[in-house]
Each structure stands twice: as C-alpha cells, then as structure tokens.
Design a protein around this ligand. Sequence first.
Ligand code: PLP
Length: 457
Amino acid sequence: MLKNDQLDQWDRENFFHPSTHLAQHARGESPNRIVTGGSGAHIEDRDGNKLLDAFAGLYCVNVGYGRPEIADAIAAQAKELAYYHAYVGHGTEASITLSKMILDRAPKNMSKVYFGLGGSDANETNVKLIWYYNNILGRPEKKKIISRWRGYHGSGLMTGSLTGLELFHKKFDLPLTQVLHTEAPYYYRRDNLDQTEEQFVEHCVAKLEELIEREGADTIAAFIGEPILGTGGIVPPPKGYWAAIQKVLKKHDILLVADEVVTGFGRLGTMMGSDHYEMEPDLITIAKGLTSAYAPLSGSIVGDKMWKVFEQGTDEYGPIGHGWTYSAHPIGAAAGIANLKLIDELNLVQNAGEVGNYLNAQMHAALDDHPNVGNIRGEGMMCAVEFVKDKDSRTFFDPSQKIGPQIAGALGQKKVIGRAMPQGDILGFAPPFCLTKQEADEVVSKTADVVKAMDFS
Ligand code: PLP
C-alpha cells in the first residue's frame, strides 16, 4: 500500500481536480483528503478519520456507502457481460429492465428513457431533444431555453450556460446566447423585504412573463428547473410557485424540463420531486440517485407528447443522430436495478422524509435564535443554514470573509461533512437516506457547537 505522503505528492503533481483552487492545491496550500472506504452514512480516509458524510458525497450516495447488494450486482454483470452498446435497437436485460423500473416510478404521461452517464450530459441530451422536437414541428425559431439564476444543471457548454451561478460562467465565455435566465424562486433573498410569499410568487411570474414578452414566445422552447434549488442554495420554492409558473408555460406552449438529478428517487420523501410539487414535466433529468453513485448513469425521461414527435421525426428523416458509446452501459444499469430495489426493500424514501423532517426540525430548534443565522430551510433530506451579518436588516457578509467555508471547515474538524454552497454563506446538508435520528442529532449538535464558537465579527 502506498503511503499517504507518496500519494499526496502524486496527487498534487498529476491530478486535475474538478471545482478546486488549482494553484493552491498544486502548491500544497490547501488540504486534500484521500478517501479509502465507507459504510452507511460514514466515510473513512487514509489518516484514519471516520466522518459522518451529511452531504452523501455530492448528494448522490442515497442508499449509503458499502452496500454489498449493489457491489455484487455490478460484479455479476461485469462477469457476465461488461459491455455492449445500445445503438440500432441493441440492449441488455439490465438496461431494458431498468427503463421499465424507472417508468414505473415516474410521473404519469412519461414514455421512454434515454440513458447517459451523468447529469450534465443528460441535460445536453435534453437541449438537443428540445431543438429536434421544434424542428420536426416546423418551428425552427422556437429554440431558446429559460433557466433560473442559481439553478444548477451541469458544467458542459450548454449545461454550464443553463447553470445560473457566476462561478460556472466566469472566464469560460458562458452563458451561450440560446440561454436566458430568470428570477430565482428564493424568497429569503427577495429584493423587496415587504413582499409576502404570495406577492413574491407573483413577482417571479411577472419577471418570467416580461422575459417571454421581450424575446417573443415563438423563440422560446423550454423552461428548465430543479423542483427545489440545490447547488444554488438548497431553496424550496415559495408556496404556489410551480403551479403559477406552469400556467405561464402552458399559455405560451413552452416545454417544462424538471431537473431531478438531486430530487429523483426519494430525496424529498417522495419518489420524484415532480410528485412533491405537482409538476407535469415534458422531460425529466435523472442521475445521482438512480444508482446512488455506485456506477455512473443518468437518464432523460421523455414524455408522451415529445415521444410522438420523435417517432414522426425518424419516419421523416431516419434514425435519430444522437448517442454515446456508453449509453445504457450494462454495469450502470445493473447498479441502478440493485439500487432501486434496495430503496424499496429498506423503505428509504419514507425514511428520507421522516428523518429529513426531524433533521430540519432539530436544526430550527438549535439555531433559529442565533443572531447570525438568518434562515433555516429544507425539504425531505435536504437542509440549509444561511448566515447573515445582521438578521433584522438581512445584511449579508462580504464574500471575502468566507464565513460559509470557515464553518464547513470547522464542522469537518468535528468529523461531520456539510457543504459550503458556492454562492452565499450557506451551509448545506443532504445526507444519505439511511441516516438515523441519532446521526441527525450529531449533525445538528456539532453544527450548533461550531456556529456558537464562530467569530462573526
Ligand atoms: N443537475 C443538477 C440538479 C445537479 O445538481 C447536477 C450536479 O450536481 C447536475 C445536473 C450535473 O450532474 P453531473 O455533475 O453528474 O454532470
């Protein structure tokens, strides 16, 4: 076994890490962690630390670490048939079975699943499918996609454009021109503090209508949104938001894409986030929770309305010109089947709802009164604590103070992993669904200890 110092050197010399301060990492100025194992809600590193991972990796290890059922399914598939492609009608028992299992769990009016590898490529697929759809319908001008500020939809060219966070645009010449951004449904950060939640929803709707009016509805193809904003700050939508937005989209014949990469397969205590908020999407993006990250796999679930047009398109123009070598990879599909079975057998969707509510309630009880905690919010197994300089005037800290990262760092010292969300001083939690109430108590008590010990001046 290689020693830590050897690996540390190789890491800093050879490995280009995503979302990392590259220069500091290469110079050895920022810490690294070499992860060696995991079980349930915990991971272990090479230095012998055992940490409670209250962010489930990147909100993806939903069934928890170290599940032999999924590892065995992957091994069995690899031995039997590690790979065959899915082009021109080919498939495997695993990929076919998994598509059926996904549709059994999807909202009504969904028709087929296209498989990819990660959330970003699934959303790239979605944009192509939306453009194809409007071209087949003879509406070549109807192509722009509306996304929200603070939405997260990936970091490819198109998906990085859809993502509404500065960090993902800065110095990358993004967003591309086909993408438009509208108001984030983030009530706590509303400009007008006198607005009620209902008035704020009206404001979001008015902003969307304004944008559609300005651009022309005949140029706008689709609206993409996460049922609850994830990386943008873990923000549940204000009451009535999705119903009001869907009304506008229907009126202008604009497709709805529900990006369920985080919420799909149980995170909100319902199988899909669309069920939770009564969304009726035309396309659904799935990834992370589909395999609980035991193997890379994503999907685009296509609704009946679009599917019919795709059939018409291939009758007119021949086979669809879209596919990846690894679409519907059998090892990913085998992991997906074992994962979805485990979620059912262990009642994990219900547990995500129950323990998630408990986690949120305890976080409120522990920190609502703290003078620098401005807002605690969440839904199901998602929770966020937002820090402010002054609670009454809702004054935020200067980002250079790095309050969020400092708090997440101090929590890590106490062996609990939370995530400093990228825009604002927001500490996020999205634990595995198997979290117990005792583990939730540990997350809350250590968070409260860190926050109370923090120098906010
Ligand atoms: N969509 C959402 C809602 C996400 O949260 C993410 C990743 O966090 C993505 C898409 C992109 O997924 P990936 O990182 O697998 O490309």
